[in-house]
Design a protein around this ligand. Structure first.
Ligand SMILES: [Zn+2]
Length: 244
């Protein structure tokens, strides 16, 4: 009986993360959800009941079910063991936000500006609540600045490589969305914890890239310009430092 509230909240979180991930990368606004295969709009009833598309029979993605499950379990966990630093409510809001960032970045390699701005507002509020205004601002500046430096180094590297190969390269080693997200991470973790967060992200991102490159070498489809997936590791470092 006492778990009724977190179960409902968990389902709400799961539906919200799925909905935002289904529409925002495509229409850039909170639009009516539609079938990813044939673009037939879903009615809200069909969408909420997780029905297959009535026009082409396209089933709902595995991600839809995974997100619902993870959000449900995570919300119930946070309800039973609320994090010491930020409590249940702020942790719940942050969980929903990180869910959106994680899913959209994984599916589209994209961190949109409205998502970054929402993160900055959340980060400023939650960071100040957890460790005061000055460490929050210092952490944010350090997170943003250090990733900005990596971003420019990546750009210089990409330009150097494309000149040497005599071809034009569109991809960048690091997207600007990662820079914004690292700023948000800095606000949330505060100074000096952001130092550990960045070290963890670079280290884990490096191992992640080695695994991706090894996988590509095995499949014989190596591409030196494959971007390093930093966002999931930034999300993990936030979970690790704030959710306990
Ligand atoms: Zn369809």
């Amino acid at each position: 009986m006492t778990l009724f509230i977190p179960v409902i909240l968990g389902l709400v979180a799961g539906y919200f993360v799925n909905y935002v991930s289904d529409v925002l990368p495509f229409t850039r606004r909170f639009s009516q959800p539609s079938c990813p295969s044939c673009s037939t709009p879903f009615s809200w009833k069909e969408y909420l009941l997780l029905r297959a598309c009535r026009s082409c029979g396209h089933k709902r993605s595995v991600r839809t079910y995974l997100v619902l499950l993870v959000m449900l379990v995570a919300t119930v966990y946070l309800w039973i063991y609320p994090p010491i630093r930020i409590g249940f409510l702020l942790a719940y809001l942050l969980l929903v936000y990180l869910g959106v960032v994680f899913v959209i970045d994984l599916e589209h390699r994209l961190i949109m500006h409205p998502v970054s701005i929402t993160g900055a507002i959340l980060g400023l509020g939650i960071g100040t609540y957890a460790h005061g205004l000055v460490p929050t601002l210092l952490g944010g500046a350090f997170g943003f600045g250090s990733m900005l430096l990596l971003y420019y180094l990546g750009e210089v590297f990409t330009r150097f490589m494309s000149k040497r190969r005599g071809e034009l390269v569109d991809e960048v080693a690091l997207g600007f969305g990662d820079v914004n997200l690292c700023g948000v991470t800095g606000l949330l973790l505060g100074w000096p914890v952001i130092l550990a967060g960045i070290l963890f992200t670079i280290f884990a991102g490096g191992i992640g890239s080695i695994l991706v490159i090894a996988f590509m070498l095995i499949r014989k489809r190596y591409n030196a310009f494959t971007p390093i997936p930093y966002a999931p590791f930034l999300v993990f470092s936030i979970l690790f430092y704030l959710f306990r």
